[in-house]
Design a protein around this ligand. Structure first.
Ligand code: NDP
Length: 250
């Protein structure tokens, strides 16, 4: 029987690449995000090989999260894999100059949004005594870098939530994988710098960053391990990177 996965933030970057990798594995998909036209385009492509369902909601809106997920027919609540990927950085600057709206977006999206989605899906997995939750954290969650402050805090929270899930879901046979990427070239920096292309491009200048497909490959590896194996915590850098701020640029 084919597996079923929910991927949040499937409209772009790592989430989209993960959806493509899962489709190659024959995993049916529930794709989530706010930009419906992108999700529909992806659905059109991927449903040539697997069943694809779309849900549009802002993860920051608890009511919208609950309404969307609970609207799924029973068959689509038999979820094997949840990829908590939706998230972004907003701004890069000193904490004393930080915008409160940016802090809210990061804490509400990266932390509370992940919790809201998980809160609905975990009971479905517990009922079946099986499942696999993959949380997309970041090197930023393991090491705080200058000007990263609240984004780093939001990802440190994801690290703690992954550990907490692993402990508390342990009696229920649910796997928890924490994936912490370094620099991946996606729309991430464009969002962080509020559409400033030049600033965004400069992040990836002079070295080969990871691409979304590199992370998707690793997630695909994690979900295809045998039942008794869990990839618990994965840190992935591009070869040119040694820490959040040490990057060998030519
Ligand atoms: P992208 O900006 O390309 O993708 C972000 C995805 O998250 C989009 O699909 C977006 O969908 C979704 N999203 C963002 N905010 C919300 C929201 N409030 N509600 C619903 N969906 C939301 O960036 P990445 O692919 O790089 O980011 C994916 C994850 O990887 C994030 O959690 C990020 O923090 C993490 N990460 C990224 C790294 C990088 O260098 N790129 C490094 C380490 C971690 P839509 O706008 O359609 O809602």
């Amino acid at each position: 029987m084919s597996k079923l996965a929910i991927i949040t933030g499937a409209s772009s970057g790592i989430g989209k690449a993960t959806a493509e990798a899962f489709a190659k594995l024959g995993i049916d998909l529930i794709l989530c995000g706010r930009r419906i036209e992108r999700l529909e385009a992806l659905k059109e492509t991927l449903e040539k090989s697997v069943n694809v369902h779309i849900l549009t909601f802002d993860v920051r809106n608890r009511e919208a999260v609950e309404t969307a997920l609970n609207s799924l027919p029973e068959a689509l609540k038999q979820v094997d894999i949840l990829v908590n990927n939706a998230g972004n950085a907003h701004g890069l600057g000193t904490i004393q100059d930080g915008e409160v709206a940016d802090w809210d977006a990061m804490i509400d999206g990266n932390v509370k949004g992940l919790l809201y989605v998980s809160k609905v899906v975990m009971p479905w997995m517990i009922a079946r005594q099986a499942g696999h939750i993959i949380n997309i954290s970041s090197i930023a969650g393991k090491q705080t870098y200058p000007n990263g402050n609240v984004y780093c805090a939001s990802k440190a929270a994801v690290e703690a939530i992954s550990e907490g899930m692993r402990l508390d879901l342990n009696p229920h046979g649910i796997k928890v994988t924490n994936v912490a990427p370094g620099a991946v070239e996606t729309e991430f920096s464009l969002v962080r710098f509020k559409g400033d292309n030049e600033r965004s491009d400069s992040v990836y200048k002079g070295f080969q960053p990871l691409v979304a497909e590199d992370i998707a490959d690793i997630i695909a590896f994690a979900v295809t391990r045998p039942a008794h194996v869990v990839m618990a915590d994965i840190l992935v850098y591009p070869t040119a990177q040694a820490s959040p701020s040490v990057i060998n640029r030519k």
